[in-house]
Structures are given as structure tokens and as C-alpha cells.
Design a protein around this ligand. Structure first.
Ligand code: NAP
Length: 305
């Protein structure tokens, strides 16, 4: 029997992955926070994926973190700010050859998790797929996309990419995953905070061209300084292209704030500012943007970490 996929985090991406793997006949186990969540999940009868308007339910076995089965392959599908606590809850179950696939956005949480479980292989992912929850244990597949996976320490691709192929999860093994994660982080820093502060859709930033350009210049300087010149390449042009192509959309940070949810700011703009400080790089506009955003979140009574 092939190695089971343990999925930790039954939210949007966790459900999107778990249901597609289960649909392909692969063994999947869902790890819920505690016995109460496990009972609620079991009462629902499984995870439901809504795709092209059609809902399908998959009775994927659920378990709590205390289950005795060792974990060899773990898909970590929680938010960046929950990653370390979630991994701590199952750390004692990790087999000596365990592999973790980290789906978190931004940077910082992956490094923290890798330090927490040094014996395990940690593979980072960067995804353009989109999904959202429209009920408990129910997820809508909103945007088809691609997932890049890579391990900055070991360039060899794992054999389980075959499982992703079988599950129709579009993916590619990336030898430069850190560059991809930094590029995505930079795009996010140039767009998302400004959409919150100017209270606008992505397209609204076309009215703030100079502000965007100044941020892109500072972000490019940061990327160069931290050894990611490829991520800095033509950054401003891509930011402008994204603003235009997604003009009608609300950014993920805008949606988090509008729905009074905690955002992943510490792993995006916060990580950029922290890295600049570590390199003693003075990026006044980026730092000012972080301060404005933190003040704004506080004024709304939302967490800024
Ligand atoms: P989400 O819908 O909030 O799901 C996260 C899940 O993790 C929740 O079900 C949460 O449970 C669970 N969780 C947190 N801590 C846990 C713990 N200790 N034990 C068990 N479960 C735990 O988040 P998401 O949208 O899937 O995002 C996951 C990551 O993927 C984020 O970094 C996000 O930026 C990134 N991403 C998301 C998308 C997307 O379209 N959704 C696209 C690209 C990247 P509770 O509900 O009980 O808190």
C-alpha cells in the first residue's frame, strides 16, 4: 500500500488537496485539532469539494493529533501563523524519514518549521490555486492554477509527485523555490497592503502608480541584497501587469480585513521589513507602509502580528 497522506488543516487548501488525492484512490487521513472537531467532522460525513457547481463528498478518515499511527508524509495546510503550533501537535508522530509539504504563503513559517523538526525533509510550495470555504467541511474550488514545489536543500524530486499526477493536481518541481516564494512575497507587498489602506480593488492602484513604483524599487533592492536577484527582475512591470489583470479582484489581505480575519502580514510585509533590518538596509517607504498598515489594523481592533 502506498504511503498515506496526512493532511493537517481541514480548511480551503487542505480540503482541496485531500479530496483530490482521495478521489484518485490514494490513502488520505485528515488530522483535526481535537476530539470535538473530530466528532463534528464525523457527523458531517466527510469533506465536500464544490467544483464547476457540483458538490462531491469524500469520507476521508479523520483522527486527532494523538492518533498512534506514525506520519511519513504530511501536508501542512494551515495559515502561516498557526504552522509551528500545528507541527508541534504531531511532532512526536513523525517517522525518521518523514516529509512535510508546507503550503503556507509568504516566508518565515517554513524556516521556523524546518528548525522545529530538523530530522524531517521540508518541501515548500507556492500555489496559484484558489479555494474558499462556504460552510464547515465544504470548499469551493474557485481558481484553477498551478503549484510549484521545491526543497532549497535537496534538488532531487520526491517520488510522490506521481500521486499528484494521479490526483490531477497541476504541479511542477522547482529547483528555485525560494526565488518563487520571494517573488510572490514581493508582489504581495507591493499590492495587498495598499489595497487595504486605499480601500480599493487591485485595479484601484492604477491611481497610485508612483506609490507602487517606489515600493517596487525598494523591494527590488531588498531582493538583490538577500541573494535573490532573479526575483527582482522586472518586478515593477509584473506588479503593474498583475494589477491590470486582476483589476476587478479584492486582494486576499483586503478580504481578510473586510471579514475581520487575522491576516498573514508578519509573513509577508513583516518578513520583508525584518529581512531589510537584518541586512541593515534602509527602505523608508516599505517601513512606513508597515507602520501605516499596523496602525490601520489596530484602529479596526484586528491583530497585526
Ligand atoms: P484556512 O481555510 O483558514 O484553513 C486553515 C485550516 O487549518 C483551518 O481549518 C484551521 O482550523 C486549521 N488549523 C490551524 N491550526 C490547526 C491545528 N493546530 N490543528 C489542526 N488544524 C489546524 O486557510 P487556507 O486558505 O487553506 O490557507 C492555508 C495556507 O495556504 C495559507 O498560508 C494561505 O495563504 C495559503 N494559500 C491559500 C490559498 C487559498 O485559495 N485559500 C491559495 C494560495 C495559498 P480552524 O478552522 O479550526 O481554525
Amino acid at each position: 500500500m502506498s504511503t498515506p497522506w496526512h493532511v493537517l488543516g481541514a480548511g480551503s487548501l487542505g480540503t482541496l488537496w485531500a479530496t483530490r488525492l482521495a478521489r484518485a484512490g490514494l490513502p488520505v487521513r485528515l488530522i483535526l485539532r481535537n476530539a470535538a472537531r473530530l466528532h463534528a467532522y464525523q457527523a458531517a460525513g466527510g469533506l465536500t469539494l464544490v467544483e464547476h457547481g457540483e458538490a462531491s463528498t469524500y469520507a476521508i478518515p479523520g483522527e486527532t493529533p494523538e492518533h498512534p499511527e506514525p506520519i511519513r508524509r504530511l501536508l501542512l495546510a494551515c495559515k502561516a501563523y498557526d504552522a509551528q503550533d500545528a507541527v508541534a501537535s504531531i511532532a512526536q508522530r513523525l517517522a525518521p524519514d518523514a516529509e512535510l509539504i508546507l503550503l503556507q504563503n509568504g516566508l518565515g513559517s517554513q524556516q521556523a518549521v524546518a528548525a522545529q523538526v530538523p530530522q524531517a525533509r521540508c518541501i515548500c510550495a507556492s500555489s496559484t490555486e484558489g479555494a474558499f470555504r462556504d460552510g464547515d467541511w465544504r470548499v469551493v474550488f474557485a481558481g484553477h492554477g498551478y503549484t510549484w514545489l521545491g526543497d532549497a536543500g535537496h534538488p532531487v524530486a520526491p517520488i510522490w509527485l506521481d500521486d499528484l499526477q494521479a490526483a490531477n493536481i497541476p504541479h511542477e518541481w522547482s529547483p528555485d523555490i525560494l526565488t518563487r516564494l520571494w517573488r510572490k512575497l514581493a508582489l504581495n507587498c507591493a499590492i495587498n497592503p495598499l489595497t487595504v489602506l486605499h480601500d480599493c480593488r487591485n485595479g484601484g492602484l492604477q491611481q497610485h502608480h508612483c506609490e507602487v513604483a517606489t515600493l517596487c524599487a525598494e523591494l527590488a533592492e531588498l531582493l538583490e541584497r538577500c541573494g535573490q536577484p532573479a526575483a527582482a527582475d522586472n518586478l515593477q512591470a509584473e506588479v503593474e501587469r498583475v494589477i491590470q489583470a486582476t483589476a476587478a479582484n479584492f486582494s486576499s489581505m483586503y478580504q481578510d480585513v473586510a471579514n475581520r480575519r487575522r491576516s498573514e502580514i508578519s509573513y509577508l510585509l513583516g518578513h520583508a521589513c525584518k529581512t531589510a533590518e537584518r541586512h541593515q538596509l534602509h527602505l523608508p517607504h516599505l517601513q512606513q507602509l508597515q507602520q501605516r498598515l499596523i496602525r490601520h489594523l489596530h484602529s479596526l481592533g484586528l491583530p497585526s502580528d
